[in-house]
Design a protein around this ligand. Sequence first.
Ligand SMILES: Cc1cc2nc3c(=O)[nH]c(=O)nc-3n(C[C@H](O)[C@H](O)[C@H](O)COP(=O)(O)O)c2cc1C
Length: 240
Amino acid sequence: MDSILSNTPTQAQALAARYGAAVPAAGPWNETIAGMLAHRSVRGYRPDAVPPGTLETLIAAASSAATSSNLQTWSVVVVEDPAARAALAEVAGGQKHIIQCPLFMVWIADTSRNERLGIEEGKPLEGLPYLETFLVAAIDAALAAQNAVVAAETLGLSTVYIGALRNDPDRVAKTLGLPPGAAGVFGLCVGYAAAGAEGEVKPRLPQSVVVHHGSYKLEGEPAARAAISCRAEKPLISAS
Ligand SMILES: Cc1cc2nc3c(=O)[nH]c(=O)nc-3n(C[C@H](O)[C@H](O)[C@H](O)COP(=O)(O)O)c2cc1C
C-alpha cells in the first residue's frame, strides 16, 4: 500500500514546510503528529477501491471524536450511485474528483434523529430551531470528519473536503434523501492519489499570528501575512 507518509520528513523539515522561516520552537514529536503535519488535500484519484473494512475503520475513528454533550448530532451518507455523484459534482462547480474517487461521503449536521426521538417519547425538543443547535451539529460533524481524515491519511489514503456542496443545500438534501433537520455541511473524497496529483504541504500562518497569550493582539499581523504570501508559491516538501 502506498503511503504519503513513506518519505517521512524530519521534525525540522516538517515544521519548515508548514511555517517557512517562522518555524516554532521544536517541541514533543511522534509519528501521529508527523502524519498530521504531512497533510495535503488531493484532487486526483486512482480508480482502485479502498480495502474492505476501511469505511468501518474510518467511521470508528470519526465516532471516537469528542461530541457536544455526547449528542452525536452527525451522520454521514456514503454516495455510490454514479448519477448522485454527478449531481453532487455539478453542485460543487464540476469538481471531477467527486466522481473519480473510490469513496465519497457527505457529512451531515443532523438534528433530525433527536427530533424523531423527542416525538417518539412525547417530548418535542424546543431547542432544535436555534442557530446554536445547528452550530453544535455542524461542529460535531466537522470533528468526526477530521478524525476520519487523519485515520485515512495514516492508512496511505488521501482526501479532500468538498465545502462547495453548500452551493445548493436543497439539491444535496434532495439527492441524498435527507429528512428535515439534516443538512449536508461538506463532502469528503477518499482514495489513493493519482500520479502527479499527490499535492504538497501548503504553508500556514505563523503561530505568532494565530496564537494570542492572555488577550488578542494585532501587532505583527501585516508583516506575517506578507511573509506567508511571498513563499506560498514555493513548497518546501512535495509529496514525491
Ligand atoms: C470545510 C472545508 C471545505 C473545503 N472545500 C473544498 C472544496 O470544495 N474543494 C476543494 O478542492 N477543496 C476544498 N477544501 C480544501 C481546502 O481548499 C484546503 O484544505 C486548503 O486549501 C489547504 O490545503 P491543504 O488541505 O492541502 O493543506 C475544503 C476544506 C475544508 C476544511
